[in-house]
Design a binder for this molecule. Sequence first.
Ligand SMILES: NC(=O)c1ccc[n+]([C@@H]2O[C@H](COP(=O)([O-])OP(=O)(O)OC[C@H]3O[C@@H](n4cnc5c(N)ncnc54)[C@H](O)[C@@H]3O)[C@@H](O)[C@H]2O)c1
Length: 274
Amino acid sequence: MSDFDGRTVLVTGAAGDIGAAAAAAFAKAGANLVVTDRRADALEAVAAVLREAGTDVLAHACDQADPVAVEGLFAAISAHAGRLDAAFLNAGYGRYGALIDTPFELWRKHVEVNLNGGFLMAQGAARLMRQAGRGGAILFTASTAATHICDMLGAYASSKAGVRMLAKSLASELGVWRIRVNLVLPGVIETAMTQSLIDDPAVRSDAISNTPVGRLGKPEDIARLAVFLCSDAAGYVTGAEVLADGGQTLHGYPRWFSADYAQAGAEFIPHTQR
Ligand SMILES: NC(=O)c1ccc[n+]([C@@H]2O[C@H](COP(=O)([O-])OP(=O)(O)OC[C@H]3O[C@@H](n4cnc5c(N)ncnc54)[C@H](O)[C@@H]3O)[C@@H](O)[C@H]2O)c1
């Protein structure tokens, strides 16, 4: 018997690399799965693999920035499973760009997807957990960018810093319902989100050279941590932010872009080109 036998776990961003790896890890641990993502076709493909391995899976695509769509997701979970024991709130959106030139719509998208969407998902999950009266676990994927300055990622970092405070506030308020809330802060993980940067061999080797464990992260590194933090083994852990960055932030955030401050008006360019 595992902690997750008979339990239902929600994974958001499940069509993405970290989400798909986490869904597979929760399934391996014995959980029934609810997977969601904005991208319906890719989500179905992830669900099909899980079903083939014998896992009970509800796949329900939705845009987490849309309150009506998120309400529909939780109604579907209620109808399908009647309970929710853990939620790995992992979907996220990030684009590079200088804040001074970021169009408001792009800024707003970061806040809507990461912070507003994170709030809607957490609230929906917590309400189902409260209703069932069995407690539960909520885990957010933030980022090392939630706690460090990273040039050209200001909109992303600001929204993830909001997610960090959201998680800690929820950890306090939801304690009365025996719901634990934690955060994982990944460093550079090899996924679709970082591909455009680490496909450049110079950037990749620079990042590895600045990572004490000597490699970049893999989706499974985060997936294993997510299973642990949502399991009974982590029953005394709440309000925690767990770094999973191979030690990258021991020396500060890896500098993807930088500018020569001695030159007024200097542009931020890829750090490896300076
Ligand atoms: N890859 C990294 O280095 C890294 C580092 C730190 C944090 N993160 C965070 O990890 C999480 C997973 O990212 P990933 O690296 O697997 O990238 P990914 O692009 O493979 O996955 C992100 C997923 O989120 C989904 N998504 C985006 N907007 C959505 C919306 N409005 N509604 C529903 N789903 C939406 C996407 O469709 C995608 O499947 C994200 O929150 C990301 O910010 C990633």
